[in-house]
Design a protein around this ligand. Sequence first.
Ligand code: HEM
Length: 423
Amino acid sequence: MSRAQPDTDVDLSDLDGFWTRPIEERHAVFNALRDQPGLPFFAEREINRAIPAGPGYYALTRLDDIAEASRRPKLFTSGQGATNIADLPKEFLEFYGSMINMDDPRHSRLRRIVSRGFTPRRLDALTENVGRVASTIVDDIIDAGECEAVRSISARLPLTIVCDMMGIPESQHDFVFDRTNVILGATDPEYVPEGTDIFTALLQAGGDLTNLVRELAALRAENPTDDLISALINAEIDGESLTPDELASFFILLVVAGNETTRTAISWGITALTRYPEQRERWLADLDKVTPTAVEEIVRWASPVMFMRRTVAEATALGGQELSAGDKVLLFYWAGNRDPKYFLEPEKFDVLRSPNAHIGFGGPGPHFCLGAHLARREISVMFRELLTRIPDIHATAEPVRLKSSFINGIKHLPVAFTPGGAR
Ligand code: HEM
């Protein structure tokens, strides 16, 4: 089949015209794209003069197609160009050339080394920390009866956990928070004001985080502690260890991937409980039983990472579409997670949804989210804490959404609850 034009007049490359529209419209568009034969093709737009418009991309919206591309990494590569829409300019490689943008054998080597940060022992130790942080978060807001949930709840937990994991002192947490906002919120004027050069802002944020990790690495080389930086700079697996550049870009990947995503999931979770009071009742009726399925449903429903890109290595076919070497395909997890072939009433938030084989953490394959277990624990612990101590927490206004096609983010979410909490 030759290149298919989308059957809708919507342009997925149009941030203002499409991605800021109400989510219900997004549903309708992706449903139409999913139903049309072949794969719809979209032109790219110029991001700035240093990142000119590329050749365009195909959109994968059916879960089967996304899973197939994920399962065949030799054919659908991550290392050719990048996993975002535009190819990574060479100036970015030092900061952003992490394993998410690599193929084997480089990818598996790095993943093997950094996986030592995610062993069951480390995760158990982190879980205790997650519990402590979640409980402090609620201590700090409980008397007020209201707060801005993104800053005070959803962003605070993953930020503290990732920073603690890497051994970043608390005095630097806000510094990290601001830089990760720039990196993932670069298309939103709240984080990178109109008129600012995105290219420069991204390089600056990457450089700032790199300097921070280099300073910490120098300290840990002298005095190793129990944190992940110490483990990584002393990493010697098969005689290999991380180079300073690899450490820096892994650090950036971790703080970026670990913060915005989990924050987004928690914020959408609070929004969902506000919109679906009967689901809150169901969850409250049996916290132990419902929490595992509710957490999966939050990740499916929120789909914090909306897509990743792959680049075709050699001529092949997918979803009834012929593809050539060099073609870009975007794996729209958000759309796959609403594929009616796999999810009954996909728009609905259902804390007991089963089966729920969502692809919110990526499709099956070598890049499946390294932090999925950690993220699940963070979301579980945070909601158990909220639903036990302030069970009537609810949004008092619609979420203010991030302007982005990549992260389904929420920037602000005012919430209220009974001051002092459940009695
Ligand atoms: C709800 C929260 C999260 C979501 C929705 C999410 C989503 C994803 C997705 C979709 C990918 C796949 C990338 C691809 O196939 O190209 C991914 C990869 C990754 N995630 Fe997560 N993530 C979350 C939390 C975390 C956390 C908490 C961490 C670490 C602290 C983390 C670290 C990573 C890393 C390092 C990768 C790259 C893996 C690789 O390339 O081998 N993520 N994540």
